[in-house]
Design a binder for this molecule. Structure first.
Ligand code: 13P
Length: 251
């Protein structure tokens, strides 16, 4: 059985004051014990979030990590082994904001994915189509290509210790959520693609949906058979709303 996961991607939000408030709010949540919960703060705040959440059943991850796993001369970057040393468990790889705004390509993302696993972090591979691609009927083709970039290089076993987040770009931060059926259709296609290589891996990997998830739409999304939780942006910045989404994922 796959454990449900709800993760909050704080993106480039937060000040020392607002992060302290969010930590307090998260610590105060009563969480279901059948949901894995994680937050991805900006790198600047990772240390204080890990300290602040000590003892709470919430993992901390990074929004990005360097293409190399170890330390070295790479100005401005943070390596996955440094993140492990800080207490991180997970790292996002290939969020659409990094693919589209910063121009990260599959080759770079594959190096980040591999470096993360080599250090013992679980990569959360983010994939999804733009509005133009959806309207052109290319959704499944785009997602398949993004997934194959990893499978072709590392094989299907790369997904034994990884999470996949399907985040349609047109649903991110727009208030437009994919309907539960739209999301389920893509999740089912992702799982079928993985199953062609190895059905056990396909059944074990968690597929999160991301894109304007809120407490009000979470239950319906999470009740779909191939949606194993969510990657939450804006709504994860409010502890009460995030808590309600987490409870929606519990049984
Ligand atoms: P929103 O929930 O703000 O749409 O963001 C989703 C997202 O990009 C999570 O990584």
């Amino acid at each position: 059985m796959r454990r449900t996961m709800v993760a909050g991607n704080w993106k480039m939000h937060g000040t020392r004051a607002s992060v302290a408030e969010l930590i307090d709010g998260l610590r105060g949540l009563v969480l279901p014990n059948d949901v894995d919960v994680a937050v991805f703060p900006p790198q600047l705040f990772i240390d204080r979030v890990i300290k602040g959440l000590q003892g709470a059943p919430i993992s901390v991850g990074a929004q990005d990590a360097a293409v190399e796993s170890g330390q070295g001369a790479l100005t401005g970057e943070i390596s996955s082994s440094q993140l492990v040393d800080a207490g991180c468990k997970l790292v996002l790889v290939g969020h659409s904001e990094r693919r589209l705004i910063l121009g990260e390509q599959d080759e770079t993302l594959n190096r980040k994915f591999a470096a993360a696993q080599a250090s013992g972090l679980t990569p959360v591979l983010c994939i999804g189509e733009t509005l133009e691609q959806r309207e052109a009927g290319q959704t499944l083709e785009v997602v398949e290509r993004q997934l194959n970039a990893v499978i072709d290089e590392f094989g299907i076993d790369a997904f034994v210790n990884a999470v996949i987040a399907y985040e349609p770009v047109w649903a991110i931060g727009t208030g437009l959520t994919a309907s539960p059926q739209q999301a389920q259709d893509v999740h089912a296609a992702i799982r079928a693609q993985l199953a062609q290589k190895n059905s056990e891996v396909a059944q074990g990997v968690r597929l999160l949906y991301g894109g304007s998830v809120k407490a009000a739409n979470a239950v319906e999304l999470f009740s779909m058979p191939d949606i194993d939780g969510g990657l939450i942006g804006g709504a994860s910045l409010n502890a009460d709303e995030f808590g309600a989404i987490i409870r929606a994922a519990g049984n």
